[in-house]
Design a protein around this ligand. Structure first.
Ligand code: FES
Length: 323
């Protein structure tokens, strides 16, 4: 049995025979709590921790109500303050004062010594254990509330799922090409070498739908950028997403001589002439601009055959290519 010695000199020397183990009275000073009125102190500690629990619960409610940072901070502060003060007071006033020292010169105990120890421990009373059981429940409840409300920011701030938002725009089969003023674009509206920013009628001004319409060729000329896109460019027109595949800036410039679209943000150049389907030839853009398939209806208006052939926008989607 190891040596247990209190401040007042009571000791049990493990090197003696088990019969010589000194029993320290439960009344010894080191086993007494510091509180003059333990029951009253216990109630005060419980109350403090309950205040902390309410603070955490209030934080959860405030977060769900989208309350201001002031109330979030106040409620969380009350939670941690109440719980912290309660735990510290519990340890300081309701636990045996000690100090206790344990000699290490003997590392094992005989069977008889262990039996003596259990007997000795059992005879020391259970006052402190009863108090601890009550407070542990409050501590566990406060910790559980804290654990739950700490999930709130995660659950509430994630927002709705994007679903297929990253993959589609408002362009669909039959959409009229429309100017920023809402006017439908006729095939005679743009001269060769001219450009126009167009949108579908149901999303005029939409950031994801903005499209560069370029009249690369002459009237009557069918523009083919890839073998699989033979009927995508009627009357000399081609249309590409205006959202740069690098970082999303508007690809707003067209160089007629080289048949290239230019993104002014980081100077990415996209080839759209000579059978090139918007392939980046300079700059950081990682993939081609998605092309919008066009046709001219019976009244001469430009319309889309379908939506974009691939997700528009920055290259982090890591999709697309040249088919
Ligand atoms: S956003 Fe277009 S090149 Fe960077």
């Amino acid at each position: 049995m190891s040596d247990l010695q209190g401040r007042d000199g009571h000791s049990r020397d493990g090197e003696d025979s088990p019969a010589s183990i000194e029993r320290v009275s439960i009344d010894a000073p080191q086993f007494q709590v510091a509180a003059a009125h333990p029951r009253r102190t216990e109630r005060a500690v419980a109350l403090t921790m309950l205040v902390g629990l309410c603070g955490f619960a209030g934080f959860g409610a405030a977060y769900f109500q989208a309350a201001s940072n002031f109330w979030l901070g106040i409620s969380l502060g009350i939670g941690f303050l109440g719980l912290g003060v309660g735990v510290v007071a519990w340890g300081k006033y309701l636990m045996p004062r000690g100090p206790f020292s344990e000699s290490r010169h003997e590392l094992s105990s005989t069977e008889e010594e262990r039996e003596k120890f259990v007997e000795d421990l059992a005879s020391r009373g259970t006052v402190a254990v009863e108090r601890r059981g009550f407070l542990v429940k409050i501590l566990a409840a406060a910790s559980a509330v804290l654990g739950i409300v700490s999930l709130f920011p995660l659950l509430r701030s994630l927002g709705p799922l994007p679903k297929n938002l990253f993959y589609v725009t408002k362009w669909k089969k039959g959409s009229y090409l429309t100017t920023a003023e809402g006017q439908r674009v006729h095939k005679d509206d743009v001269l060769t070498g001219g450009v126009l920013t167009v949108f579908p009628e149901n999303d005029v001004g939409g950031a994801l739908s903005q499209t560069m319409l370029v009249r690369v060729g002459e009237p009557g000329q069918n523009m083919v950028t890839m073998p699989s896109r033979k009927n995508w460019g009627p009357e000399g027109y081609l249309a590409f997403s205006k959202v740069c595949t690098h970082a999303g800036c508007p690809v707003a410039l067209y160089q007629q001589l080289t048949h290239q679209l230019l993104c002014p943000c980081h100077q990415s150049l996209f080839d759209i002439g000579n059978g090139q389907p918007g392939v980046p030839v300079f700059g950081p853009a990682p993939r081609p601009l998605p092309q919008l398939p066009l046709y001219v209806d019976s009244q001469g208006y430009l319309r889309s055959r379908a939506g974009f052939n691939e997700p528009i926008g920055p290259g982090f989607w890591e999709r697309g290519g040249t088919e």
